[in-house]
Design a protein around this ligand. Sequence first.
Ligand SMILES: [Zn+2]
Ligand SMILES: [Zn+2]
Length: 241
Amino acid sequence: MKKVTEGVWFIQGQDEFIPDAHAYVIGKPDSEDLSLVDAGLMGKGPYKIDAVQRLGIDLTHIKRVIMTHTHLDHIGCLADILKAIPGAELWVHGDEAGMLEEGDERAVYGMDMFQSLCHAQYGIEPGAFKFNVDRQLEGGEVLDLGGIEWQVIHIPGHSQGSIGLYNQDNRILIPGDVVYADYAIGRFDLFGASGPKHKESLVALGELEVSILLPGHNRIMESVPPGYITETAEQWGPYLT
Ligand SMILES: [Zn+2]
Ligand SMILES: [Zn+2]
């Protein structure tokens, strides 16, 4: 848990047998218009809510949860979080929102084998991940979130509705699971994934000036070397076919 910069807080995922996604809170503290980016793994709702409160954030100031994508390690505790923050909206890219509203869980689990495993391991009932989406994002929007401007970038490949949030003023990128620190990238073999699209998304992100990279897992990067994402795209290019 830490403040990355004014109006951006980092809540580290608490990995278990399955990783727990990091969450971020964005927005100027006095705006009372904050957004939570991603939720986390099943059972991590109380931890995430507690972490938000420990940052001194009033839960009623969180107006929405924005999902970078809807994989289980990001959406597993979303229901708990929405229960704890009753007025919060849910914003998801259109390419995953429809499935979520219909209760189609293929994008949540990524593969059938994993779905069966989770149903057995966690006692999750089929249909547990059906949500009403308040706003479907498309990519290309420029959002004013609590007094800070974020561009929404559609970056499919890891999942079909993956988005990145980019703040140009402070050169901050929240790319979900599309790119991590240490030249790592998200997997590209799950439901809705595509190697070639992942490559295009990395190339597109490489065109942004990024100083702070706040991915869905592993360490965050607070001084990204120039060309880092482009170099990552080049290293992975041969595999993303
Ligand atoms: Zn993830
Ligand atoms: Zn993912």
